[in-house]
Design a protein. Sequence first.
Length: 504
Amino acid sequence: MKGKCFQCGADVAPDASFCGRCGTRTSDPLEATLVLPVENQDELLQRVRMVLAGEYEVEHELGRGGMGVVFKATEAGLGRTVALKILPPELGLTTRAVERFKREARMVAELDHPNIIPVYRVGQIGGVLHIAMKFIEGRSLDAIIEAQGALPVPVVAYVLRGTSRAAAYAHDRGIVHRDLKGANILVDRDGRVMVSDFGVALRASDVTLTADGTVIGTPPFMSPEQCAGRRAGPQSDQYSLGIVAFQMLTGAVPFQADTLLGIMHHHFFTPVPDVRLVRGDVPSALIDVLHVALAKEPGARYASTRDMLTAVEAIPFSEADRRESERLLRALAAGSLVEKIAIRGLPALPTGPTMAMNLPAPPPPRWPSGRRARLAAVGAVASLALGAAWWISRAGGAPAPAPIPGSTAAPPPAAPPSATAPSPRTAGPTGKLRMLTSPPDAEILIDDRRLGIGSVFDQEVAAGPRRLRVRAPGYQTFDTSIVVPRGETLRLGRIALRSRDGGT
């Protein structure tokens, strides 16, 4: 049955695994993109027309994303054209989530900035939650990049200035976008840059989804802390803007993978490719902005988005650059193409490491007594290749190393934690833990205390030897020892549990 890509709305053949227009995978249940039957989309349009009759004359669909569908409509009372965003009841919105959504949308309606699309109304009629926004004649930034590819540096600086000004203005008022991406950045026929959907993307924790594996948000643009399920703050929007800037410079997002888990892994662990490998005309000031905005830890990004805006506006940008950027953006917004930018291809991303489960551990080595012992923390565990080693200074015995593949020794018996062993929340020397799990709903425990579900991103735990367990219904429990380095981050990559029937 013929379907449509849930990301860009293009037709997708029944046997296609990827959207031919935007390249998004359409057959993976872990992806944020769904293939919807054409009949369902027609039914939604008819339902919206019926429910909102008398308030809006709904014309046709403009686009769709993870949180709803946008239609072109005419407001009955005033006769003005609006972009009407509909949040279908199928998302499973709770009463509390709906009320918070309305409250935040009303806050956004008070924003008055030339780079933010105004919100006119927000309401709920017949179970249909909707937001009426100003209709922009033009194109979205992602459609422009899809057609044009990499953009000239002055155009990148121009768009980044407008979006950073919008983000800084909203952040100063306590409003965070949470889903900044090219689809939410519009360019009108006058070459003006405007950000839509400010503050109206709900957190995943506020939504109960009826389709397993559906994700709220757009994984290629999500910050590591969003991937870990943390609440998005201003620094999360900074990271997303960094991804957008990278995409404008190279024509592609930095991190792509076949699964959602793969994309999350890259956000957690993979360094962002150097854009200078793709093109040689990027000024150092713009490189510096990308370096800070795309830092893995929120604390390493700009202290405020106002600081980021200051850095963006320090990028060399003349009056002639402004005029030429506006001219090019007017042409691109009208659907015309401009001269292509010659770029080189992005380097291949490293394959995401996976830790195999139920691997036997070697016998514990004998460490020299009374001196520093160099401990390979996870060493040669499968394809992890963490390659990290720490000098651990401890009096007395040495901690047991993590399992090493290929060893024939039996695993040590799972012993309960010592009564004197510090818990993950005990005061004292600490380190941090970063990891993912497969399946994504696996429970992560340190010393029999739950640390997270599916992922842990720089979670603080007591330093030293710890017992790590990862478990999920239908899978064999992974049980091993790790050593958390004092004042450092232990990166375990992705731990994939084996199913009880022997598979993964």
